[in-house]
Design a protein around this ligand. Structure first.
Ligand SMILES: *[C@@H]1O[C@H](CO)[C@@H](O)[C@H](O)[C@H]1NC(C)=O
Length: 463
């Protein structure tokens, strides 16, 4: 009886493998642009295993390819609305992937993860092997790494498609951050990422430091590699006049803080902006401790530092915890002259607020040490100088000390920067003004010039 059952199961498995093998090997291959399309139209599947609307870099890749006449299938989850230019572009087709079910709290991660991966494998393979025709290129975002890298490289191999891997970070370092470095899946994820990472025909990275790492063990990638730095979207622009600043402040400041607008305009209250995801990988207590120190420090030139309004934007799990801490500190009188307000703004209002602020603060701590925070890129686009956490290798590729911002690693160092730049001294004002010019300069460099000269050339879209 048992032998019969086992043979039956084996028979089923074998026929499954045979059928899927036959199906995969009989896939149509890419053999040049289809008849009827404009001469030489390049076709690209742009793939991200995430929400398209919250994948700005893949959105910009898709828009750039489309702008130069390429045909794009933008593949990912449809959770928030994608960029309007993507929706309106005649050259981009959005191809949604079904969102996998969320893990119910009662099921352990180690049991749920494989099921979720199987679900994703099925839908990804079906889409790339059956629904869509073969493309000349697949451009895939990494991470998420599992199962995208494996599926994308398999499909590329079977369909004569060339694979571009766009490295934003490493999947295994993010997993190590959330599950702990000794979790068994972390070692597996690392092995997988290193193996399949080598199968790209071209690699794009967000920093030079990441490209250097990918060339060396354990990744040991040998194919061509280009560092393509993130650039601010066109919605981030410096202010053009003081009257616009006043209008914007009236619109975007949370209601209880609008009484500060006249003094912000005069410069007798300084405006600091930080955005955070309120997660443990961004230590918000650094900023909170620095603000307490700023508020209670007197310097040789001033008896009390200039009043400060700190606007913190973003949503996330630890927000309530920190709100109660802020309330308590305020009640205890440890934040004199400092007001902290939290808010969540629509994208356009957030961009406008950045342009109105005196200083941006970024607490991003890199899990890989070689990525860069998009929010600093956006702050520069809005002409806003930054104070940013500096304890990782690629920091200097974006923030240049004393040119467009200042780096810190401890709350004390951040308090020192705040005191000097915002506290009231004339030297600090001069320095802040210089940093602002540097930020505007850095923000002038936009995505198109970065992309066209690198990716556009390699893909044959730009000559
Ligand atoms: C679409 O491609 C054509 C060339 O095939 C190009 O002229 C046009 O500007 C592109 N449109 C968009 C919205 O990118």
């Amino acid at each position: 009886m048992i032998t019969l059952l086992i043979s039956l199961i084996l028979l089923c498995l074998c026929s499954l493998i045979a059928v899927s093998g036959y199906f995969l090997l009989s896939l149509s291959k890419y053999g040049g642009p289809p008849a009827g399309s404009p001469d030489g139209a390049v076709s690209v599947h742009v793939l991200v295993l995430g929400d398209i609307g919250r994948s700005p870099r893949m959105t910009y890749h898709a828009l750039s390819i489309a702008k130069h006449g390429g045909n794009v299938n933008l593949i990912g989850y449809l959770e928030t609305s994608p960029h309007p230019d993507v929706v309106n572009s005649a050259n981009i087709t959005i191809t949604p992937l079904p969102t996998p079910p969320r893990r119910p709290p009662s099921i352990p991660f180690i049991l749920f993860a494989p099921c979720k991966v199987l679900y994703q494998v099925y839908h990804l393979t079906r889409l790339l092997a059956r629904t869509l025709p073969p493309a000349q290129w697949i451009l895939v975002q990494n991470p998420p790494t599992i199962p995208t890298l494996a599926i994308a490289s398999l499909i590329c191999c079977l369909r004569n498609t060339r694979l571009i891997i766009d490295w934003h970070n490493y999947g295994w370092t993010i997993l190590a951050g959330t599950r702990g470095p000794n979790h068994p899946l972390v070692a597996l994820a690392k092995l997988y990422e290193c193996r399949f990472g080598r199968l790209g025909d071209l690699h794009l990275t967000v920093t030079h430091a990441m490209a250097r790492q990918l060339r060396s063990p354990p990744y040991s990638i040998t194919q061509p590699m280009l560092a393509v730095h993130d650039r601010p979207a066109s919605i981030f622009q410096p202010l053009t006049s003081p009257s616009t600043r006043k209008e914007i402040l009236a619109r975007v400041l949370p209601a209880p803080e609008t009484d500060l607008i006249p003094s912000i305009m005069e410069g007798t209250t300084r405006l600091l902006v930080s955005s955070t995801s309120w997660t443990p990988d961004e230590d918000f207590s650094l900023l909170l401790d620095a603000l307490v120190e700023y508020a209670t420090t007197t310097t040789t030139t001033t008896s009390t530092p200039t009043p400060l309004l700190a606007i913190i934007t973003g949503k996330g799990p630890q927000k309530a915890l920190y709100l109660s801490k802020i309330n308590q500190l305020t009640k205890e009188g440890r934040l004199p002259n400092v007001r902290i307000a939290t808010t969540f703004l629509p994208f356009a209002d957030y961009a406008a607020l950045l342009a109105c602020a005196d200083l941006g603060v970024c607490l991003h701590m890199s899990s890989s040490g070689v990525d860069l925070p998009m929010k600093v890129v956006d702050m520069f686009g809005a002409g806003l100088p930054v104070a940013a956490y500096a304890g990782y290798e690629s920091f200097g590729e974006l923030v240049r000390e004393g040119e467009n911002g200042r780096g810190f690693e401890t709350a004390g160092e951040l308090a020192g920067i705040l005191g000097r730049l915002l506290g009231g001294g004339d030297a600090g004002r001069g320095e802040l003004e210089r940093l602002r010019r540097g930020a505007v300069e850095e923000g002038r460099r936009r995505w198109d010039e970065e992309w066209d000269g690198k990716v556009g050339m390699v893909m044959g879209l730009v000559s």
